[in-house]
Design a binder for this molecule. Structure first.
Ligand code: FES
Ligand SMILES: [Fe+2]
Length: 361
């Protein structure tokens, strides 16, 4: 049985700055994107800043110990409020010292009482919607965004089952990987394993069995599943009896730019991307350990992964991005196998459908 021919996306979707502009104002501003981890701001007043869709934002722990997210902009004359990460019980703007509480409400400003009719109660930082999945904070600039459980059905529960200690995890290491390619090239490369056997020897022989690899949509999540290698072939030790999922490799790619991955041994690690411009993106590999304890296995995995799979992928995606700019490129058919499996690009078909929806409306 064969399926109808579906052509890959035109090069301009990846290389045209006008398309990037459409994404920045639309897709990137109305999807759930990773902000940071709740464990990095455990105390009242702890905050970190981050960027999303060209906006500066920050998350801060309020007096009820809840996490709030605000645009990082003063409501007076628009100076940035906070920088980097730190702790502050009151947010004081560095320009003219207007101050705000952790609930975002205006508190005081020099000489504001001289203004007749100055209405303190009407001034407040602009909130950003967040959703926290097992300590992972996601932000969405769309105030009407549906909750993550609607976008990614079942993922919260599946993660809890696959990583029994997930709520105790803290970030151990983030490996930053600049890539000279459009973010969609990198995300597509992540979302198929048609290239794995040829390009990822360590991953294919030391972590997973490529012949069992499959990827299926689950809402706006692409769910990767495969069997792991025989215990003897694994590059690190695992206890298969620890729990039902100890021998499983799984990943949950959350459209458009984040992925939870679980390696055999219930090892959680993450991918997240930020689009910089049409030709550049940043990728971070996140590694986590229980209570943030030092973990030799995790450190070694982070290095092995950076030196093998990630390095191999950088070469691939940068070459593809250059190729997408070539006058000689005419988009080829995706290899869609009705039986799916590792040598099928049905996951790319789903991704490109979401990409078209986002760009063409
Ligand atoms: S811009 Fe913030 S106090 Fe003036
Ligand atoms: Fe790859």
């Amino acid at each position: 049985m064969t399926t109808q021919v579906t052509l890959s996306l035109d090069g301009r979707y990846y290389t045209d700055p006008a398309v990037f502009d459409i994404e920045q104002k639309g897709l990137l501003a109305r999807t759930w994107q990773f902000a940071g981890h709740a464990a990095t701001i455990p105390n009242v007043g702890d905050y970190f800043t981050f960027q999303l869709a060209g906006e500066n934002l920050f998350c801060i722990r309020d007096r009820n110990h809840d996490i709030q997210c605000y645009y990082n902009v003063c409501q007076h004359r628009a100076h940035q409020l906070v920088d980097g990460a730190g702790n502050s019980k009151v947010i004081v703007c560095p320009y003219h010292a207007w101050s705000y509480g952790l609930d975002g409400k205006f508190m005081a400003g020099p000489n504001v009482n001289a203004v007749e009719g100055f209405d303190k109660s009407s001034i407040c930082l602009t909130s950003v919607k967040i959703d926290i999945m097992h300590g992972f904070i996601f932000a969405n600039l769309d105030p009407d965004a549906k909750p993550m459980d609607d976008w990614f059905p079942g993922v919260r529960e599946e993660l809890a089952a696959h990583v029994p200690h997930i709520d105790r995890l803290k970030p151990l290491e983030f490996v930053e990987v600049p890539e000279q390619c459009n973010w969609k090239v990198s995300v597509e490369n992540y979302s198929e394993c048609y290239h794995c056997s040829l390009n990822h020897k360590t991953f294919s022989t030391g972590v997973v069995k490529p012949e069992t690899y499959d990827i299926q949509p689950q809402g706006y999540c692409l769910r990767h599943t495969t069997e792991c290698q025989n215990l003897d072939d694994m590059t690190y030790p695992i206890d298969l009896d620890a729990n039902d999922y100890a021998g499983v490799y799984s990943s949950w790619f959350l459209w458009p730019m984040f992925s939870f991955q679980v390696y055999p041994g219930n090892v959680l690690n993450t991918y997240h991307w930020r689009a910089i411009d049409a030709d550049h993106c940043m990728l971070w590999r996140g590694w986590y350990s229980i209570d943030g304890n030092e973990s030799e296995v995790m450190r070694k995995l982070a290095i092995q992964d950076r030196e093998t799979t990630v390095e191999e992928d950088i070469g691939l995606v940068q070459s593809v991005h250059k190729g997408l700019k070539s006058r000689g490129y005419r988009p080829g058919p995706l290899v869609l196998d009705p039986a799916c499996g590792v040598n099928s690009e049905h996951s790319i078909m789903h991704l490109q459908k979401w990409m078209r929806e986002a760009i063409d409306g």
